[in-house]
Design a protein around this ligand. Structure first.
Ligand code: ACO
Length: 446
């Protein structure tokens, strides 16, 4: 067995090197060698799967700071350079040149569709936009003031009670059916959550409209009069959906994978993903950003707010800033920032005071030593809420829109995992630091 390295290496450069191995050694220089698995791009990984069997120790990595939870070919992020690619295509290109259903196809199948493949996919998804009529009674069981994300957690999972023929995740045809249903029905379920909260009748889907236009129609149409969807808004909505479609192994996607690893049905797994997305550190941040901008209220209050954030004692964070992976400008935020100017101009809302506060907040934060040092940049949630607000979408719906769009990524990651023959049930281990064995004490003597 070779001797372990005497000194620790600050950052390893493994690229282009052959037969790289890593060792864990005890003080008697008894070493275990672990192979390195190559990535096509980004960090290679150390294969620790045999570590426990060989040594009796686990690795410890709460928050997955240094752990790849799976192998995937879907999405690549370089957080230092601010790169996001789906199946090799830059997000900026997809946002500009593609549409949400085409990106969904790409995420699911690995390649952009040809004309026929695209037409078939759009047709297949569109055929499933309606939901079982009985679902409206589920909605009616919720208090009107329910947060729409609370309704969405239940509504998405409840699809498994209605669509039994798509529940066998081992069967490819059944998988495909559930995928089409999930992507198609999320806009319907989302719009229903909104309509229910304001006491308006549910609006049925319209299959003659595009994916995004149909969603806007279900949100804003009423039976009493005709509602024409603005093509500019539909296009902006579609682009926002693309920007949120997938983001590799984030908390909600990992939740979907973990839930699915036990063989749970896809609708239940997406329900779990929605629950995870709801948190303010994840998808819930877009709602929190708007509340924060409204609380700041005026550009002159920004310095005080920034001081409070830096002081930390109040527990405030600059919402929409910072990301576990991006240590550079989130490329999705860059696309959204420029879309913000266009959409707001189109809607005649270019002087929106919240946009002014957001831009000034960003300008000040990006020059402030606190944010520079910690590499905190705007993330995708920083500008999305401002566009949604201009579109007339209520704040509580922001995270629902995120869930709707992320569904493509969730089902693509679910499919990849199910189709990988080496997949196992996810079963993390722990570092136990509790009591060792002790005697039970009867209640009289406690
Ligand atoms: N405002 C102020 N300080 C921050 C912020 C922020 N938004 N984000 C991180 N920091 C600080 C932390 O206090 C910490 O400081 P310290 O080193 O002095 O202790 C340091 O930066 C590192 O922060 P962590 O919380 O350890 O970083 P982590 O990678 O765990 O968190 C997260 C990432 C959760 C996104 C964090 O940046 C955050 O809470 N941001 C605000 C919420 C948000 O916008 N979430 C959306 C994320 S994107 C998405 O899910 C779509």
């Amino acid at each position: 067995m070779p001797k372990p390295a005497e000194k620790t290496v600050e950052k390893l450069d493994l690229k282009g090197k052959k037969n790289i191995k890593m060792m864990v050694c005890d003080e008697e220089d008894k070493c275990v060698v672990m192979p390195v698995i190559r990535a096509s791009e980004g960090p290679d990984v150390l294969d620790v799967t045999k570590l426990y069997g060989d040594t009796g120790v686990f690795t410890y990595d709460p928050g997955f700071m240094s752990t790849a939870s799976c192998e995937s070919k879907i999405t690549y992020i370089d957080g230092d350079k601010g790169i996001l690619r789906h199946r090799g295509y830059d997000i900026q290109d997809l946002a500009k040149k593609s549409d949400y259903l085409e990106v969904s196809y790409l995420l699911l199948n690995g390649e952009l569709p040809d004309k026929k493949q695209k037409a078939d996919f759009v047709n297949n998804v569109t055929r499933h936009t309606m939901v079982h009529e009985q679902l409206s009674f589920l909605y009616r069981g919720f208090p009107r003031r329910s947060h729409p994300m609370a309704i969405m957690c239940g509504a998405a999972a409840s699809l498994s009670a209605f669509y039994h023929d798509g529940l066998d995740s081992r069967d490819p045809a059944s998988r495909e059916l559930s995928i089409h249903r999930m992507i198609a029905k999320m806009p319907t379920l989302s719009a229903m959550a909104y309509k229910y909260s304001i006491g308006q009748p549910f609006v049925y889907p319209r299959n003659d409209l595009s994916f995004a236009a149909n969603f806007l129609h279900m949100m804003f149409a009423v039976p009493a009069e005709e509602y024409k969807v603005s093509p500019t808004l539909a296009k902006a909505m579609d682009m926002i959906f693309i920007l949120h479609a997938d983001h590799e192994q984030n908390a909600s996607t990992s939740t979907v994978r973990l839930a699915a690893s036990s063989g749970a049905n896809p609708f239940a797994c997406i329900g779990a993903g929605i629950a995870s997305l709801w948190g303010a550190a994840h998808g819930g941040a877009n709602e929190a950003v708007l509340k924060m901008l409204q609380e700041i209220g005026d550009v002159k209050n920004i310095p005080d707010f920034i001081s409070r954030v830096k002081d930390k004692s109040a527990g405030d964070r600059l919402m929409g800033f910072g990301h576990r992976v991006y240590k550079n400008y989130d490329p999705r935020a860059a696309v959204l920032k420029s879309a913000c100017d266009d959409v707001l101009a189109e809607l005649g809302a270019e002087n929106d005071p919240l946009l002014k506060i957001a831009k000034e907040l960003e300008r000040i934060a990006l020059q402030d030593e606190y944010f520079v040092q910690r590499k905190l940049f705007p993330n995708v949630d920083f500008y999305s809420g401002i566009i949604y607000k201009a579109m007339g979408i209520p704040t509580q719906m922001y995270t629902v829109l995120f869930a709707l769009a992320r569904t493509a990524g969730w089902v693509a990651q679910w499919k990849e995992m199910i189709e990988d023959p080496t997949s196992k049930i996810g079963r993390p281990r722990q570092l136990y630091t509790g009591y060792t064995q002790r005697d039970f004490v009867p209640i009289e003597t406690r």
